[in-house]
Design a protein around this ligand. Structure first.
Ligand SMILES: [Zn+2]
Length: 287
């Protein structure tokens, strides 16, 4: 992807160093012990932040990864991609008669406190509708390359664009509608709605890529394949097979690899944001 020397977004909040987060300071967690404490907290209905802030879970298990200078180019890259999403979505929202409000993108290291609660790197990049921010630990991109075998800058751009896709859904009221419905449904039906929403974010990422290419000619040979490889690698079926050796379709919440590729491609080939509604009008078996 062509990105060097292009505009970087002002909406990146770098919380990788000290500070940031909410309450009593931000902590980078080391090791599985803290994760277990977290799970125990959730099981017991305790807000883990209380424990963290109380100092009960503290320095013994806390290690802050030192700033990695190798991440700096990645930070610039992510800022350029975010700027590209701003340009594309401003234009698309104007077309829809709406106003686009730019999301913040928080870079964190280890763990982070969001309006959606505490999260650590194992969660992967995520969007929190509560504070309308995208959260990314840049280490994830290494994982994408090494563990998921999806290298390349456009694979990374796809990840950012997918999370921004969730922001677009939030602004258009699409995700709120789904969350309201989900509370009344069985787990299976609720998971299916979640898949629709995730595939729609993939579709919106594809729409972004189409328009970014139209506006700025950002693509280089092989870029599209990089994004598709990433979509393929993080399909629920692939991830489940890797994790437990079996695939349980009813538990999917993001869609299969084939579905993720299909919807990203559809967005990229049409650039037509109106087609997003198909994700909720088509029968589930035709997604
Ligand atoms: Zn998602």
């Amino acid at each position: 992807m062509q990105w060097s020397g292009r505009r970087e977004s002002d909406n990146v909040e770098d919380q990788r160093g000290s500070g940031g987060g909410g309450g009593g300071g931000r902590i980078a967690l080391g090791g599985g012990a803290t994760v277990l404490v977290f799970l125990a907290c959730w099981a017991l209905g305790i807000d883990p932040r209380l424990l963290l802030n109380s100092g009960l879970v503290d320095h013994a298990q806390t290690q802050t990864r030192p700033a990695d200078p190798a991440e700096e180019p990645l930070k610039h890259f992510v800022s350029v991609v975010l700027a590209d999403t701003e340009d594309v979505w401003h234009a698309q929202f104007v077309k829809m008669g709406e106003t686009y409000r730019e999301p913040k993108l928080v870079l964190f290291r280890g763990s982070v406190s969001s309006a959606c609660g505490m999260a650590d790197s194992a969660t992967g990049p995520f969007y929190c509708p509560g504070d309308q921010k995208v959260y990314i630990d840049l280490q994830f991109f290494q994982e994408l390359r090494d563990r998921f075998h999806a290298p390349g800058d456009f694979a990374q751009a796809y990840v950012v664009a997918h999370e921004v896709g969730h922001h677009v859904q939030k602004l258009l009221g699409l995700s709120d509608k789904v969350h309201a419905q989900r509370t009344r449904l069985s787990e299976k039906e609720s998971n299916q709605l979640s898949v629709r929403l995730e595939l729609q974010a993939d579709f919106l990422a594809g729409v972004w890529a189409y328009h970014a290419q139209q506006m700025k000619k950002i693509l280089e040979p092989g870029d599209l394949d990089e994004a598709l490889r990433a979509a393929n690698a993080i399909g629920d079926d692939r991830l489940q097979k890797q994790a437990r050796g079996v695939v349980v379709p009813d538990s999917f919440t993001h869609g299969t690899s084939v579905q993720r590729i299909r919807w990203f491609k559809k967005g990229f080939e049409t650039g037509d944001v109106r087609l997003k509604d198909q994700l909720f009008s088509l029968p589930y078996s035709q997604l």
